[in-house]
Design a protein around this ligand. Sequence first.
Ligand SMILES: Cc1ncc(C[n+]2csc(CCOP(=O)(O)OP(=O)(O)O)c2C)c(N)n1
Ligand SMILES: [Mg+2]
Length: 452
Amino acid sequence: MAAVSTFSNMNKMYRACFHASRQAAALKASRLLNNRTFRVNSTHRQQPFDSTLEKPQFPGASAEFVDQLEFIEPNVIAGIPVYRVMDRQGNIINPSQDPQLSKETVLNFYHKMTLLNTMDRILYESQRQGRISFYMTNYGEEGTHIGSAAALEPNDMVFGQYREAGVLMYRGFSLDSFMAQCYANADDLGKGRQMPVHYGSRDLNFVTISSPLATQIPQAVGAAYAIKRENINRAVICYFGEGAASEGDAHAGFNFSATLECPLIFFCRNNGYAISTPTNEQYRGDGIAARGPGYGMLSIRVDGNDVFAVYNATKEARRRAVAENQPFLIEAMTYRIGHHSTSDDSSAYRSVDEVNYWDKQDHPISRLRHYMASRGWWSEDDERAWRKQSRQTVMEVFERAEKRLKPNPELLFTDVYEEMTPALTKQRESLFRHVQQYKEHYPLDLYDKDSH
Ligand SMILES: Cc1ncc(C[n+]2csc(CCOP(=O)(O)OP(=O)(O)O)c2C)c(N)n1
Ligand SMILES: [Mg+2]
């Protein structure tokens, strides 16, 4: 009995406690609710207005409210148009867009575009014959190089990716310097330390190429920012492929350049492929130009096989980039006619017919040649004579480069540290001991003795 009564008391106590705690929780919740209601009500009391007149106040967006659920289409305008000046037969479409370049300038464009072609052919064959280790051709993209390079000032800084040899050629890099770099001989400005096609020239304001994709993009933004702070009449141009535009560095670079208001031209060579990856696997939006508005950049898409269109777009972008301190994005549509590099065989992922179309029907060199011929500036005889002369010049330079000594092996150890570290000194000594010991395997007479 006593046990039952104790149990019943405990039960009563437990129920009382449970009830009390529920009451406390309810009270707390109602206080919270009251507080919240009070805050909401107080806002309403402070700012009574008509909801149809409401404007978004969010920092970072300038837009209207809408009351219909609608997702924005990725291609807000149906395909960004492609600006061109000439048609495929070299006729000027709209006379107001004719850059009216002199005969001398146009012939220089043509000479550079075709010389690049000839140099590519000989260096490509050199690699196939085992004379150099690697090469990348520029076939089909000559118009993007020469048109943009011609629109710049010599003191503008150039950051390239690797397929812009024509830009460097236009700025005055000699055939000897190209060959010296690819042959890594004693005349190479890079002292034989880089893979072929990794050119650089301090005198020509062309920053040395580096292999990891897109690293040049944030570097170019930094250089443009420094130039802006110096307040001098100078711009930076940064070349990259549509594949490199997928790298994180590209996005960081675009945003920094827009927010820091840098005098910079982003020049994307959209050549259809990133090695074997075609553009339809590279992005889902409307190419690279479509990204410009997202970053608040002025953007244009041009026909990269029309050297005048590239020239006009780059010239105007350069003028405004410097005058207004802001970046511009140019997407030059073109086609990579050659393999990606000598390490690639593009027949594994694209048809011969596709390549032939661009080679035969829509080529930047033939388009310019049509233009020159229609003005009476260029004949079949001129073409034959120039092809013969340019091939001969390239062959002479190539033979000279091949015979030249290799750089002094000492240069392997210099230029990184002002003073050589103990570890490096040890490595250097051990290398030279080894070479001395097995000198029959090391043709040291082929190496330069001077270290400069
Ligand atoms: C960070 C990095 N990833 C991958 C590579 C290997 N790679 C070298 S070139 C290349 C394709 C680049 O294509 P694109 O930017 O379109 O330039 P294109 O070769 O067409 O001129 C790739 C993936 C690399 N060099 N660096
Ligand atoms: Mg590409």
